[in-house]
Design a protein around this ligand. Structure first.
Ligand code: F0G
Length: 446
């Protein structure tokens, strides 16, 4: 029932509560992030996670078919009639020994969660189905987001499928072509700002406030509710066993925040008996989280996060006119909006944070492509980061690890073609030029 859910400010000194019928996205009292909370006594949650699997048998019901709404009791903030679905969450967890070998893991231990198999080609659809359901619930008819590409593609797809207008803000020249092509093709009004993602994020919040548009960035707590289901599906893929580690790329830090919340709630409900550890991987060219956590020792501290450390850090970025740069454009973000929720997730999951170079990312991406289903650069940061953590001995070769591959290979074709054609890395597989002559061609086949 919808009344079992409410919005709550994450700042323990505030803790203000609001009903789910409001689209506010930040605490009106103190400006902090909002959570969706549940009164679990009012929700009939299945006694065992494996009961959700029974819904495969009734997948002609559109909500049972959805890999998000199949778990609907665990994100029970709206009535079924408002729920929007376009078949998201039909993703797979693949055990991959060849990629496992690259990161020095024992056979059977590395698993890749392919979120690129979603309708718009990235994990964002898990969140959009939830947020658009809330948008329908509150009667929104126009939406907006800032994006490094995937949010805009996903938002545009869901917006047109449920008749909501949409405007996307992207940093000029900062977006991979696969993603830009989607936003335009799905009919979004696309505004390219002369700036980076962080500039877009600032502008979109003001635009939404002034024009009353529904905001679809991961500041929107309803989006994160949908993204929790990625973790449920990983557990499902492991036969309802919890892995030892989850590895996820870190950009605006929505995923890591959602995953921490998912595990906290499952444990609270007695549906799992232990919480996995989490590794969040930045690119070195966009490493705010790594710097703040590993160098400045910023932590959740029971909700009393040291704001001064964050303010000083951002003031320094501003003073240096700093703009992040990485080939993994999806995570080219230096002021992640979900920072505090992510710190909470690190606390819940005994998390670690690392940064990897662009060279490491593109090599890892080639390995995933050669031995798996492929992914975009940001997703490959997981394997590059896992390699570091194996070398450091933080993650054992016999532990069960699930890496979240957040976006499809075809999102960023330029990056892939350049890597191979221009021999940019150890695993480049360039095309071979051949004369139009059978004898010569035969000699080239290896
Ligand atoms: N991987 C991909 C493929 C992404 O598109 C993003 C974020 C991330 C990882 C990072 O996830 O923000 O939850 O930490 N893309 C956003 C966008 C920012 O606008 O498409 P996060």
């Amino acid at each position: 029932m919808a009344e079992a859910a409410f919005q709550k400010c994450i700042n323990p000194d505030c803790g203000a509560q609001f009903d789910c019928g409001q689209a506010i996205f930040k605490c009106p009292a103190c400006g902090e992030l909002l959570d969706i909370r549940y009164d679990w006594d009012k929700i009939e949650v299945p006694g065992k996670l494996s009961e959700f699997a029974g819904r495969w048998g009734t997948r002609d019901n559109r909500l049972d078919f959805s890999g998000v709404w199949r778990f609907r009791e665990l994100l029970n903030f709206c009535e079924d009639r408002h729920k929007v679905s376009i078949g998201e969450g039909q993703t797979i967890l693949q055990q991959n020994n060849a990629v496992g070998e690259y990161v020095d893991m024992e056979a059977g231990r590395l698993h890749l969660q392919y979120e690129g198999l979603n309708p718009s080609g990235s994990f964002k659809d898990n969140g959009m189905t939830a947020a658009f359901s809330h948008a329908k619930m509150v009667g929104a008819n126009a939406s907006a987001c800032a994006s490094t590409g995937n949010t805009s593609a996903s938002m545009a797809l869901y917006a047109h499928s449920c008749g909501v207008k949409c405007t996307v803000f992207i940093g000029s020249g900062r977006i991979a072509f696969g993603k830009l092509s989607q936003a335009m093709d799905y009919g979004a009004q696309t505004i390219q700002i002369l700036g980076d993602f962080d500039d877009c994020m600032r502008q979109v919040q003001d635009v939404c406030t002034q024009l009353g548009l529904y905001l679809l960035n991961s500041l929107n707590p309803f989006r994160l509710e949908g993204q929790k289901t990625i973790m449920y599906r990983i557990i499902e893929g492991l036969g309802w066993e919890v892995p030892d580690w989850i590895v996820v790329p870190g950009g605006n830090l929505g995923n890591s925040s959602a995953f921490g919340k998912a595990f906290f709630e499952l444990k609270q409900l007695g549906l799992i008996d232990r919480i996995p550890r989490m590794a969040i991987i930045n690119a070195t060219g966009a490493n705010t989280l790594t710097d703040l956590v590993n160098n400045k020792k910023l932590s959740w501290n029971e909700g009393k996060v040291d704001q001064r450390i964050i303010d000083d850090y951002y003031a320094d970025l501003t003073a240096r006119n700093y703009s992040p740069h990485t080939c993994a454009s999806a995570i080219e973000i230096s002021r992640p909006v979900n920072l505090k929720k992510c710190l909470r997730a690190i606390d819940i999951c005994d998390g670690v944070v690392r940064a990897v170079t662009d060279e490491e990312i593109v090599d890892a991406k080639a390995i995933i492509g050669k031995h798996g289903l492929g992914c975009e650069p940001a997703s490959a940061a997981t394997i590059a980061g896992l390699r570091h953590l194996r070398e450091e001995g933080v993650i054992g070769g016999d532990q069960h690890v699930a890496c979240v591959l957040t976006g499809h290979l075809l999102k960023d074709p330029d990056r892939t073609v350049n890597y191979h054609k221009d021999k940019q890395g150890q695993f480049s597989n360039p095309p071979v030029e051949a004369p139009n002559d059978l004898e010569e061609i035969l000699k080239l086949i290896r």
